[in-house]
Design a protein around this ligand. Structure first.
Ligand code: SF4
Length: 397
């Protein structure tokens, strides 16, 4: 499918909107009172540090809402203002934050129901307004909504759209896109829908396996089992890994994406030699600035003498879990929570260790003086961070 032409035509349609509706001033106050925080502002002005009783809070230099998320949330609020009486849907969580999604529900923005693991668009009517979230939507969903004559409000972050452009470039020259990401993450589902042939690799281990297959071949059945669901229809590793381009889910660990790019460049260099490298390998930098800044700030934060770190963000938020990985690497005890209500009653926390289910830990804050590092993912409002800090201060006051 010519996704580029489809996108161009969709963007020309009068039913398609990818900028706000000119209601910025009307929604600004609501956004400020709902998501911003006076306490966080004070911390920013005080070298990101707060000492109170026996606790010192060290807040990362860069954390929380990125501009792509701020833009998407503001567009959703503007959409409600612009279409006060129309039925409004959203194809998925606008961002991975439960409180933000709940606010949208309270504004009568409906989420497309999921039935037996599939989204059910049957209730979406002709002329309904449908918001596409910050991490985008697949080209098939866009087609379906266009065919239903829906009004589409596209809040896809431009950084995500940049990755779509990269995989379309690979497709044009018939290269296979190797996408560093989670094959079932909404952003990667959308990205792969714009690709031609693709293979999604989750981490260095998987990348090494693929690199080894490129150099030495391997067992096709094992390959298929290992990457089941993570490659395009009809993908054949014996033919489709001869020319590859690198792309990524924007919120992956930047250092890992870079290493994967280098690994495949080196692999193709080894196999085809320097003269022919460009006929077999392409890479564009598509890690978003916000993800990079939050990861860099976390690397700085873990240099401080901290007793523990609280990482705040949705449990399905990729960029948040990568922040926690940095704490784990440095062997600093870390607690991933999605809201302040996970703390208490008393000195107890309900948190999600990386790759595990929710767990309750009693006496999680050590006695005496304690230094707590705090960061939050790109989809976490300052208000949520404030609520968490207030709970901590109460526990140690
Ligand atoms: S994390 Fe990056 S790609 Fe994702 S919404 Fe924010 S700015 Fe856009």
């Amino acid at each position: 499918m010519d996704t580029k032409t489809f996108k161009r035509e969709l963007q020309r349609s009068e039913n398609y909107h990818r900028k706000g509706f000119g209601h910025e001033a009307e929604v600004a106050d609501t956004l400020k009172t709902t998501y911003q925080s006076h306490l966080i502002q004070q911390l920013r002005e005080n070298q990101h540090t707060l000492k109170h009783g026996q606790i010192t809070i060290r807040l990362a230099e860069a954390f929380g809402f990125c501009w792509g998320v701020e833009r998407a949330v503001a567009m959703a609020y503007e959409t409600r203002t612009h279409f006060p009486h129309q039925r409004i849907w959203i194809t998925n969580e606008i961002i991975h934050n439960p409180s933000v999604n709940q606010h949208l529900r309270n504004m009568q923005v409906e989420f497309i129901p999921v039935v037996n693991g599939e989204k059910d668009f049957s209730k979406v009517g002709c002329g309904d307004v449908v918001i596409l979230p910050a991490f985008g939507a697949s080209v098939q969903e866009m087609q379906l909504l266009r065919d239903k004559s829906c009004v589409i409000v596209d809040t896809t972050c431009p950084w995500v759209a940049k990755v779509w452009n990269s995989v379309e470039k690979h497709k044009k020259i018939q290269y296979t896109s190797i996408i560093h990401g989670k094959y079932n993450h909404e952003e990667t589902i959308a990205t792969s829908s714009f690709a031609g042939k693709y293979l999604v690799v989750l981490n260095m281990d998987e990348a090494h396996y693929v690199a080894d297959y490129i150099l030495h071949g391997g067992d096709r059945v094992t390959f298929d089992q290992k990457f089941h669901n993570a490659f395009s229809h009809g993908f054949d590793p014996d033919y489709d890994l001869e020319a590859i381009g690198i792309a990524n889910q924007t919120t992956m660990l930047k250092s890992e994406t870079e290493l994967i790019g280098k690994l495949f460049e080196h692999t193709m260099l080894q196999k085809y030699g320097p003269q022919a490298l460009h006929q077999h390998f392409q890479a564009f930098n598509t890690i978003c600035d916000a993800t990079q800044e939050r990861q860099d700030a976390m690397f700085e934060l873990v240099e401080d003498p901290l007793d523990l770190i609280v990482v705040i963000g949705g449990f399905n938020s990729s960029n948040t879990t990568h922040l926690q990985e940095i704490a784990i690497e440095r062997k600093i005890p870390s607690y991933h929570i999605d809201c302040a209500e996970r703390i208490g009653p008393g000195n107890r926390i309900e948190h999600k260790p990386l790759g595990e289910s929710l767990q309750i830990q009693e006496q999680w804050l050590p006695p005496g003086e304690v230094v707590v590092g705090i960061t939050s993912g790109a989809s976490t409002p300052d208000k949520v961070v404030e609520d968490v800090i207030e709970k901590l201060l109460l526990l140690k006051s």
